[in-house]
Ligand binder design. Sequence first.
Ligand code: PLP
Length: 400
Amino acid sequence: MSLIAEHVTRVKASEVSVVTAKALELERQGKSIIRLSAGEPDFPTPDHIKMACVKALCDNKTKYPPAIGLPELREAICLKLKRDNALNFSPQQTIICTGAKQVLFNALTATLNPGDEVILLAPYWMSYVGMIELSRAVPVVILTSHENGFRPSAAELEKAITPRTRWLILNSPGNPSGAVYSVAELKALAEVLRRHPHVWILSDDIYEYFVYDGIKFQNMLNVAPDLADRFLLVNGLSKAYSMTGWRIGYAAGPEELIKAMFKVQSQSTSGANHMSQWASVAALTGDHSFVARNTVEFTERRNLVVTLANQTNGLSCLAPQGSFYSFISCRGCLGKKTPGGSCIATDEALADYLLNDAGVALLPGPPFGMTPYLRVSYATSQSNIKAGFERIKHAFGRLC
Ligand code: PLP
């Protein structure tokens, strides 16, 4: 009999780690790989944030922090939510975790019973599925479409809700689609949710600052404040502040839920890294001008990816309105043969071909619940993006 729990055997490892490991192995063999796969900004963490960490170390802030998070950081989160999102939360309604990933894990672990359902909108961020399955719950997927800008209709949401639905997970700006929900769309979804008071809303706002074309970020609580008693806001420092390795995420929501998440956390990690929390206070309360500068750079990269992808035979993509990913249809490449004679039957085969033959790492659609697509991350330099697409075009030219 296997030692591994049955439901864990069904969960897949995160595809990004798998592709990164393959890319590293090829690099180790001396191959040049251009990575368009990683979901982390290439900008360094700003100096004032690093210096706050150095100060925390020198002040011996190296012991266990309070498991729910430093009071100073919980305060800073409330200030940030008021300042940037016009939302009122008290520190007791917040928790700090090891990245937004652990926020999500705590929330789902604390609330899901076996067989409960969580509604996901495909294409979705792959880790939602793994976390839901680790709670022995069931992901219920609404498949959106390219034509509708990867956003669902209110009617589709209504149809997916059952008595077992516990959560709807919203992620706007989205990974991988880059879709940003408009106020009207959020209002329409909120109208449906009002008819189903047993459904909670988990709003993953981690890409909130990276919105383009003059769009203003709003989450569902902004447009439907009456849903506050069943709304969990999830965010983190990784993307906005180029702090992926510092592992700080946070949630704000009803106190009873926060307390249950704290219970999970106190019995698992005992809280997030102490020095990173002090650095995060500096990030949330200090100079923010770099965020706007990074957004301008991301806009240029977004434009570059969209132009290059749409100039490549077999690829087609929409201009994403936010985040730093582009979800590119590759239907036009399927059915072709590689120089080695194998058939490119799927987007997974295409991504493998691009990694092994062209030295370009990117992700296929299936982990995001939608196929045939390629996810390109433009959290990398414009020269890398140009070189990556040169290689892609050349590799496509060799298909017949
Ligand atoms: N949510 C989404 C949509 C993401 O894309 C990611 C990371 O890629 C996370 C959450 C987790 O971020 P972190 O754990 O680094 O805070």
